[in-house]
Design a protein around this ligand. Structure first.
Ligand code: F6P
Length: 320
């Protein structure tokens, strides 16, 4: 192992820079060279990279985003694109590649691993926390804290106006962010893509809250559950409660990474470089029951991470 590549791919996540920094410094401690490929898979297809040194990654641990930039690269979804990326790895004599990203990036890493001798290790970094093989992804804790801080502010005006707010958080297909945020802000209702909710249930919950003397409320909804504007109107029509919507959007993807996200970044980077230095590839590193470990890349890509729906019931009890 003499030379490794590193790439950040897909939706960015706070902590990606801390990860790039740790990968670079740990690799250099082992006398590896490090090439940082730009703009996700696009950089591998176009052979666009910058050498990374311990100095070039100074002062970035606290920065959101990724100094390597990222992309959602449609060309990489085609065989041609993967072949070009494999050629770039061979051309630069890259012995190991570390892919920092979410589910989609791990799937891309798996496809690339089938077309190259370069050893590939994934580091799960996404605010969605939906990568199988790790209890927590880099960036998730930061996005949770960003959303909680915003919803605490929204609760002030909900109380002042005696309104219900539907707060939309990120998570197109999975509800890890919505569930964790909902529980930690004391939401009366949490809507996740994994559960086909019944509108009548929502109306009933709001009517019961009102009957118990609650004058305002928070509904946390993952963006993937549907059109929240329609839901807002139907709640007003069916309960007589004033409803407003707040979409937290891309603020959840940025900001300075929390200590937790930085901590995971350092531990996952160490595990990833260690695996490569031992000649192990096609793995995804992760945290399982408090322990840093790794699983097969294929297993991670082919397994849907379960969402603990019992937390929805807990949230209901806590919000009575
Ligand atoms: O994967 C992270 C994520 O932020 C999702 O929560 C969200 O649905 C998606 O990315 C948005 O994708 P894009 O940045 O391409 O609009």
């Amino acid at each position: 192992m003499k030379k490794i590549g590193v790439v950040t791919s897909g939706g960015d996540a706070p902590g990606m820079n801390a990860t790039i920094r740790a990968v670079t410094r740990i690799a250099h401690s082992k006398k590896f060279q490090v090439l940082g490929f730009q703009k996700g898979w696009e950089g591998l297809i176009t052979n666009t990279f910058t050498p990374l040194t311990p100095r070039s990654v100074g002062g970035i641990i606290q920065l959101g985003g990724t100094i390597l930039l990222t992309s959602r690269c449609s060309e990489f979804k085609k065989k041609e694109g993967i072949k070009k990326a494999a050629k770039t790895l061979a051309l630069n004599k890259i012995d190991g590649l570390i892919v920092i990203g979410g589910n989609g990036s791990m799937k891309g890493a798996l496809e690339l691993s089938k077309k190259t001798r370069t050893l590939i290790v994934g580091i799960p970094a996404t605010i969605d926390n939906d990568v199988f093989g790790t209890d927590e992804t880099i960036g998730f804790d930061t996005a949770v804290n960003t959303a909680v801080a915003e919803i605490d502010k929204i609760r002030d005006t909900a109380i002042s106006h005696e309104r219900v707010f539907i707060v939309e958080v990120m998570g197109r297909t999975r509800g890890f962010l919505a569930l964790t945020v909902g529980l930690t802000v004391g939401a009366e209702t949490i809507l996740v893509p994994e559960v086909n909710y019944k509108k009548e249930e929502i109306f009933r919950t709001i009517r019961e809250s009102t009957a118990k003397g609650k004058k305002s409320g928070i509904i946390v909804a993952a963006e993937g559950v549907g059109d929240n504007r329609v839901l807002a109107r139907e709640i007003e029509e069916n309960t007589g409660t004033e409803v407003r919507i707040s979409i937290l959007g891309y603020a959840q993807r940025g900001g300075t990474p929390t200590a937790r996200s930085r901590f995971l970044a350092s531990l996952f980077a160490n595990e990833a470089v260690e695996l490569l230095s031992k000649g192990q590839g096609s793995k995804v590193v992760g945290l399982q029951n408090g322990k840093v470990t790794s699983i097969k890349l294929e297993k991670s890509c082919n397994t849907k991470k379960p969402l603990d729906l019992s937390l929805l019931k807990l949230a209901n009890v806590l919000a009575t």
